[in-house]
Write a protein that binds this ligand. Structure first.
Ligand SMILES: [Zn+2]
Length: 259
């Protein structure tokens, strides 16, 4: 049993292996949920899934999410924006039929679609209609870094957007500070003193979410990702700011997901 003194809501977890071998991570997810270190997780559907076979490839994940309930295991359904917004027909079917689906996940670079209002505005519109957040992978690459969302954010100010990995760091911190519904999840690319310092300077600790990009954590790390996450957060968030640490580990995510 862990010595963790603070339960974490993991805002960034994956439902299936991305190695191409079709690994089923639902036993791992169950073990973590029942391990006592976390109070829930936002789990993303399979990176390799395409719209047509979503229900088949994610059946076990949907069953587990149903069993746990959306306060413990909300799911983020992967959407693949395309030129004709043909994703929409499938997305409507999933969201109409599965109450476990609580967010939209995007990883635009796997489909080769740039983060541009032509592709993103329809997704923002869909998220607004359903009142659900969008979570998206960001990376230090032209067309896929955080700032590319700015034109859609100006049009859809109510849409909640979570920038996974907060890349580029300055862009992500600026968006979180400037738009009331933009959040950042700093695993991998932003878990550094400079990024946390910027967020502190912007007064935006309430816009940060804890996430592990699990299952896993930093490469080669042995031990509990959640203990490590909390102890790193305690070092990086300004000393003495206990409320900001708790908010980062849990409360901000619960507010975002209406839990
Ligand atoms: Zn991820």
């Amino acid at each position: 049993m862990s010595e963790l003194d603070l339960k974490v809501f993991d805002s960034h977890f994956h439902g299936y292996g991305i190695s191409g071998k079709g690994e089923d991570w639902t036993p791992k997810i169950r073990e973590i949920l029942e391990g006592g270190e976390i109070c829930g997780m936002l789990c993303c559907t399979d990176l390799r899934c395409r719209h047509e076979d979503f229900e088949e490839t994610n059946k076990t994940l949907l069953e587990l999410a149903k069993e746990k309930g959306r306060k413990i295991l909300p799911l983020a359904a992967m959407l693949h924006p395309d030129k004709n917004a043909s994703w929409r027909r499938h997305a409507e079917k999933w969201f109409d039929n599965h109450a476990e689906l609580s967010a939209i996940k995007m990883k635009p670079e796997i489909g080769g679609i740039p983060v541009h209002p032509d592709y993103m505005d329809p997704v923002f519109e869909f998220a607004n209609e359903r009142d659900i957040p969008i979570v998206t992978h960001t990376q230090p690459e032209r067309a896929y870094s955080a700032i590319n969302y700015i034109e859609s954010l100006k049009k859809f100010r109510k849409t909640k957007l979570v920038l996974y990995h907060a890349s580029l760091n300055e862009e992500a911190a600026y968006l979180a500070a400037s738009f009331p519904n933009v959040y950042v999840e700093p695993s991998w690319l932003a878990f550094n003193p400079n990024f946390f310092h910027m967020i502190g300077n912007f007064g935006a600790y309430s816009k940060m979410l804890a996430g592990t990009d699990g299952p896993g954590w930093f490469a080669g790390f042995k031990g509990s990702p959640y203990e490590d996450l909390v102890s790193r957060a305690k070092e990086l968030i300004r000393p003495g700011n206990e409320q900001a640490i708790t908010d980062f580990c849990r409360n901000n995510a619960l507010r975002l997901l209406n839990i």
